[in-house]
Write a protein of this length. Structure first.
Length: 320
């Protein structure tokens, strides 16, 4: 299903949304569709206020913008009648985190050692994606633990990076620090001094900090972002053509994901040992030996065990 206003309207009618009025958390494109806003980086792209995205001289300086009294079609980049109330929107913390690192990387010196380190650290990413700062959650966490990357940054870049890391860990996750306002203000100041452009995501942190939920980790849009990553694979392979082959590919990926879940459950019954011990009931070969508690293993279904062992591509020798 394509992300269009008509499709979203039909879907909300099918689930009887007008009766239950659930809160909605999704990426900002989906939020714009649900609220009837014009897509793209328009002049009035914020659904909470009349922030002028093109008044760059006021970015990082003016916080108080006139609030939107009503979302009326035909006024200030509003095209359709809103499908949900703006108060039911939950700002997506993961999506905002991805936007923060995107603006940070785009402001890096392209000829500097930090940018070259990103190219060498993520060889599977194209240079075009790195230039645009397109990263995902696991890659961001990997950079957080990379002390070498932090050491390659200039003074202003290092201040912006550390402040972004503090916001990600102390505000956009499950933990909210008591001084979270000061942490966010420090990041905005560092981003401004570094020369990062203000995007809609940064604007939410700058002017609508109270609109965020108490625990951002509880309403994370990580599952939705993973779904987008999976869909992008389909788009690259089938280029928008809907066919039975595409559906088979979807079911194949779902089966692989299910096998990985089974493997994670089976791993809880395995204990690693560096050397074989005489009397072990079961040993994995060739390089590392694993002892298996057969009594625990037998409590699992045989099919689960077979699928998990087949997924790991290991040989099992059982001494009965």
């Amino acid at each position: 299903m394509k992300e269009t206003y008509e499709n979203m309207k039909d879907m909300l009618n099918c689930i009887n949304y007008d009766r239950y009025k659930w809160q909605v958390c999704g990426d900002l494109k989906m939020v714009a569709i649900l609220l009837g806003l014009q897509l793209g980086y328009t002049k009035y792209c914020c659904f909470l206020c009349e922030w002028d995205s093109r008044a760059r001289t006021l970015h990082y300086k003016r916080k108080d913008w006139p609030l939107r009294q009503a979302l009326e079609p035909g006024t200030k980049n509003i095209l359709q009648q809103p499908l949900i109330e703006s108060s039911k929107i939950l700002l997506p913390p993961l999506h905002i985190k991805l936007g923060l690192i995107k603006n940070f990387v785009k402001a890096l010196d392209r000829d500097g050692p930090a940018f070259r380190h990103l190219i060498s650290k993520f060889p599977r990413l194209s240079i075009a994606k790195i230039k645009e700062g397109i990263f995902i959650g696991p890659q961001i966490r990997e950079l957080f633990s990379d002390e070498h990357f932090a050491g390659l940054l200039t003074k202003k870049e290092h201040a912006a990076w550390e402040s972004f890391r503090a916001v990600a860990l102390n505000f956009l996750g499950n933990h909210r620090a008591q001084n979270y306002r000061q942490i966010v203000d420090n990041m905005l100041t560092a981003y401004s001094e570094m020369g990062c452009n203000m995007s809609l995501k940064i604007h939410f942190l700058h002017s609508h900090l109270d609109f965020f939920p108490e625990n951002c980790g509880a309403v994370s849009d990580e599952n939705g972002e993973r779904f987008h990553q999976t869909i992008s694979t389909f788009e690259r392979r089938y280029q928008g053509a809907w066919s039975t082959s595409m559906l088979k590919f979807v079911f194949y990926l779902l089966r692989v994901e299910n096998l990985l879940r089974i493997l994670q459950r089976a791993r809880s019954f395995l204990r690693l040992r560096h050397k074989p011990i005489a009397g072990d009931d079961c040993l994995f070969t060739p390089s590392r030996s694993l002892a298996i508690d057969l009594q625990s293993m037998l409590s699992l279904r045989t099919r689960w065990i077979a699928l998990a062992l087949q997924t790991t591509m290991l040989l099992v020798y059982v001494d009965l």
